[in-house]
Design a protein around this ligand. Structure first.
Ligand code: DSN
Length: 482
């Protein structure tokens, strides 16, 4: 019989059905299937060697903020001007995040502003383009096969791949195929002809410092805005262990989860105040603030992800501490060790080394490619990604591997541990060569041999177990699961 009692309100019975809306059960009890998957992924992260240059392990404080009540709130608009009530705390959180973002990069709030609402780096870049470049206006970014990012305007002969190349006119600049270094001279020549509205100084796979001063000169020669996409290096810039783009750029975008070690989110910094003083003494002011804020919201996004913004604020506070600088110094040192060790084993590293958190291992000189090596390393619990090398024609047939140090350095790996990591990579690459020699010419045949040939199965197992035993000794930061 239906319980209609008013003095004992209960959700236990609604229309005679069980309805246990406690909303308080831990994940393990509420959704054991998802819990098992989370544990599985946590264990994969723990027993593997994470070398994907764009990944990191966020701290417990960051993950706690990310998994907090901030997730529940809608707050379209900006602090003080929201389209929903109840945002007084959210306003404080967003303002705190903005303040910390400016402080971390030593920016004067009179000269720089920051939008912390972009959901991640790609939306941040697109917001900048829509904000400051007219439809079909011209953009120049580093080509994807040369180490640029998709959102910097990637297209092929057959297809416009990135929305940036669909809605804007994109002309890429390149690296020198011999040295692997950005060809600033050619960029300068082409920019003079193309007259871009915006030039992007930013990379996804480039192990050397960017010459922002030269790019500023090129931008000024053509009346272009200069955008730095510092997503990969924003932690290193915060720690002041590599040159800062802020000295030379008009706009700076970033993700917050790579070397910065925060949650997955994005930020856009823009200049404010006087842009230049004309000969007649008249001042020309920057007009980026309104354009960029309007492009993020209401232009492209709805409600900001307040849990992410809160967690970014936590990561920014961590990035101000001396320990973060020590971490970033160790990241660079570990990447150098990886590079030196591979070179001493006869491998080729694009540009001959690294100044930052990553290296690009060129496998073409030993007759291998990134696709095959990535698959074998994955099978032995080493995560990295295939990457094009200077001179590669197609992003689908990459000649090398991108290897990054940020994640393992967060697990307190130091140089001698990276010597060991390189030994495992080397053994994985030797196995790749053996498997390639024993299989047909296609990638499909290679994978078939890798996964199904019992001879290789045993060898893979031996190496994987060694890798996992080694990796599992290092605690995983940010543990939130019981
Ligand atoms: N996907 C990131 C990277 O791996 O570099 C960039 O967005």
């Amino acid at each position: 019989m239906e319980d209609t009692s008013m003095d004992k309100p209960s959700y236990d019975k609604i229309n005679g059905h069980d309805a246990e809306w406690t909303l308080q059960d831990p994940l393990k009890e509420d959704d054991p299937e998802m819990y098992e998957l989370l544990i599985k992924e946590r264990n994969r992260q723990k027993r593997g060697l994470e070398l994907i240059a764009s990944e990191n392990f966020a701290s417990k404080a960051v993950l706690q903020t990310l998994g907090s009540c901030l997730n529940n709130k809608y707050s379209e608009g900006y602090p003080g001007v929201r389209y929903y009530g109840g945002n007084e705390v959210i306003d404080d959180i967003e303002r705190l995040c903005q303040k910390r973002a400016l402080e971390v990069y030593d920016l004067d709030p009179e000269k720089w502003g920051v939008n912390v609402q972009p959901y991640s780096g790609s939306p941040a870049n697109f917001a900048v383009y829509t904000g400051v470049v007219e439809p079909h206006g011209r953009i120049m970014g580093l080509d994807l096969p040369d180490g640029g990012h998709l959102t910097h305007g990637f297209f092929t002969e057959k297809k416009k791949i990135s929305a940036t190349s669909i809605f804007f006119e994109s002309m890429p600049y390149k690296v020198n195929p011999e040295s692997g270094l950005i060809d600033y001279e050619k960029l300068q020549d082409n920019a003079k002809l193309f007259k871009p509205k915006l030039i992007i100084a930013g990379v996804s796979c480039y192990s050397r410092h960017i010459d922002y001063a030269t790019m500023r000169t090129i931008a000024d020669e053509n009346g272009s805005l200069l955008l730095a996409d510092m997503a990969h290096i924003s932690g290193l810039v915060a720690a002041k262990v590599i040159p800062s783009p802020f000295d030379h750029c008009d706009i700076v975008t970033t993700t917050t989860h790579k070397t910065l070690r925060g949650p997955r989110s994005g930020m856009i910094f823009y200049r404010k105040g006087v842009r230049k003083t004309l000969n007649n003494g008249k001042q020309v002011m920057y007009d980026l603030e309104e354009k960029i804020n309007g492009a993020v919201f209401p232009g492209l996004q709805g409600g900001p992800h307040n849990h992410a913004i809160g967690a970014v604020a936590v990561a920014l506070q961590q990035a101000k501490r001396p320990a973060f600088r020590t971490y970033c110094e160790q990241v660079i040192s570990n990447a150098k060790t990886m590079s030196d060790e591979l070179i001493s084993r006869g491998y080729t590293i694009a540009t001959g080394g690294t100044d930052n958190h990553l290296i690009l291992l060129d496998l073409r000189p030993i007759g291998l490619d990134g696709n095959r090596a990535e698959k074998v390393l994955e099978a032995v619990s080493i995560a990295c990604n295939k990457n094009t090398c200077p001179g590669d024609k197609s992003a689908l047939k990459p000649g090398g591997l991108r290897l990054g140090a940020p994640a393992l350095t967060s697990r307190k790996f130091i140089n001698n541990h990276f010597v060991k990591v390189v030994e495992y990579i080397h053994r994985g690459i030797q196995l790749t060569q053996e498997i390639k020699a024993a299989s047909g010419p296609t990638l499909k045949e290679f994978k078939n041999t890798l996964y199904n040939d019992p001879n290789f199965g045993d060898k893979i197992k031996v190496l994987r177990e060694e890798v996992e035993e080694f990796a599992a000794q290092f605690p995983l930061p940010g543990e939130t699961l019981p």
